[in-house]
Write a protein that binds this ligand. Structure first.
Ligand code: MN
Ligand code: MN
Length: 460
């Protein structure tokens, strides 16, 4: 009976029971590189410039439309510094399709409003408008750092990073002390901290003299010393507050990684590293780092933008291939994180079909919510294809969906790729505390996601 059970039952196994020591060492090395990337890439712009720098070190050159393509060529094209497409040209023509891996490099955060600055009770603040799906109460009383750009009327761009390096000042959103929070504590978690209440404390010293708004003036004079700006320049600024936590190992066994923005930079790095490790592929391999996923993939740098099609169309044109012929033969791994089963909240999970830490890269045949609405739902054929290439490459993987049926849901860029007539499936790293200022992933799953993308890129 035991033998028959072994033969007929499907029992997912913990990756630690499947992976040899040598591979754990490789996983450790891989994760060191990832952690360094995550510390550097705090916004979509920084992720793109980081990726470009890494790519250039590895021989990638900027793609100029019309360039003659040779197998093995390594190319990239930045979309306005906020999204990036990289490619390694294959031996086969694009008429045979491309292998695409797509992740997003934007993450939930607090954007400064266009008129952010005010003074109240002789303290100075920045007003914010949150970006992406956040639980607002998680963003108060934690250290925050400021990143972004200020573009002057002349067009000159000033890059801003304040609070990243140790020794630099940081910012915070205050909260009520428990002693005076009687009324606040009766509110729901959605209402306890409001969107209009997420204001950053940025200064307290008044400018010498008399009159109103002296702290505001003092703060502006500091900013003027640092960047030469006046208050009006905030109108054309993109400044964002993100958690000022360094990435770190989590757990006594150091098996996990904690940090901000792992959704979805953990998959973005997996794709990048896999592309860097792909030499002379049969089919052209494409790595997408896109923006605006957290707000619905709209806009010029989101995955619904025609920018990606323009890039692919240019590549196809160089080989005399029609874009639609390329797309219909292409395959896309939409590499995005998934919710991991959290034993502290068992009521939202369906354990047989939800992702677990250390069970490997998590494949979602579909996403969406309420009867699979808003998903592309990959075909059984596509899932079978993944099983085949993962088995060949020793990729530890699990099939999953998000939470219990009707508990909630979410989406990725998968449907926008599938809408282009490209066979697409989601696969990525399971995350605890997704969208929180400090998200947790397992090292083994990070490494297996890299191996999953590598397996796709390496397949002929
Ligand atoms: Mn995501
Ligand atoms: Mn997300």
């Amino acid at each position: 009976m035991d033998e028959l059970k072994k033969k007929l039952f499907y029992e997912p196994k913990n990756g630690y029971d499947l992976v040899e020591t040598a591979e754990h060492i490789e996983a450790e090395n891989y994760c060191r590189g990832y952690m360094a990337f995550l510390n550097e890439a705090r916004t979509e712009r920084e992720a793109v410039s980081c990726a470009v720098e890494l790519a250039r070190e590895r021989g990638f050159v900027e793609y100029i439309p019309g360039m003659e393509l040779r197998p093995g060529m390594k190319l990239y094209r930045s979309n306005r510094g906020k999204a990036l497409t990289l490619a390694v040209i294959g031996r086969n023509s694009l008429a045979d399709g491309a292998v695409i891996a797509g992740a997003h490099v934007d993450a939930p955060r607090l954007d400064l409003k266009q008129n952010p600055l005010y003074e109240s009770e002789e303290l100075c603040f920045f007003r914010t408008h949150y970006y992406g799906g956040i639980k607002k109460y998680q963003w108060v009383t934690i250290p925050l750092e400021l990143h972004g750009v200020i573009v002057l009327k002349s067009g000159e761009r000033l890059d801003v990073v304040i609070g990243r390096d140790s020794g630099e000042p940081r910012f915070v959103i205050t909260d009520l002390l428990p002693h005076l929070a009687q009324d606040q504590m009766k509110k729901t978690m959605a209402e306890g901290i409001t969107g209009e209440g997420l204001h950053l404390l940025i200064g307290s010293v008044p400018y010498a003299g008399e009159g109103k708004d002296r702290v505001r003036l003092a703060v502006l004079s500091i900013l003027n010393d640092m960047y030469g700006i006046s208050e009006e320049d905030f109108l054309s600024a993109e400044l964002v507050a993100v958690p000022a936590f360094d990435v770190c190992e989590v757990g006594l066994d150091r098996s996990m990684i904690g940090g901000y923005g792992q959704d979805d930079r953990v998959c973005a790095y997996a794709e990048l590293k896999a592309l860097f490790d792909t030499e002379d592929p049969v089919r052209t391999c494409v790595c997408l780092l896109c923006d605006k996923e957290e707000t619905g993939s709209d806009g010029v740098s989101g995955m619904q933008s025609r920018a990606f099609d323009a890039f692919m169309e240019d590549l196809c044109a160089s080989q005399g291939v029609e874009l639609r012929r390329c797309y219909e033969k292409s395959f896309c791994l939409s590499a995005d994180v998934v919710a991991a089963v959290d034993p502290l909240y068992p009521e939202v999970s369906e354990k047989s079909n939800n992702a677990r830490l250390n069970y490997g890269v998590a494949v979602s045949k579909f996403s969406g919510a309420r009867g699979k609405a808003g998903t592309s739902d990959a075909s059984a054929e596509v899932v079978a294809y993944l099983r085949r290439i993962f088995a060949r490459s020793g990729v530890v993987f699990q099939l999953c969906e998000m939470g219990k049926v009707d508990q909630g849901g979410g989406g990725t860029i998968a449907k926008y790729m599938a809408n282009r007539n490209i066979d697409t499936i989601d696969a990525g790293v399971p995350v605890l505390s997704m969208h929180a200022p400090f998200e947790v992933v397992a090292k083994l799953d990070c490494y297996m996601t890299y191996k999953a993308v590598l397996a796709a890129y390496g397949d002929d």
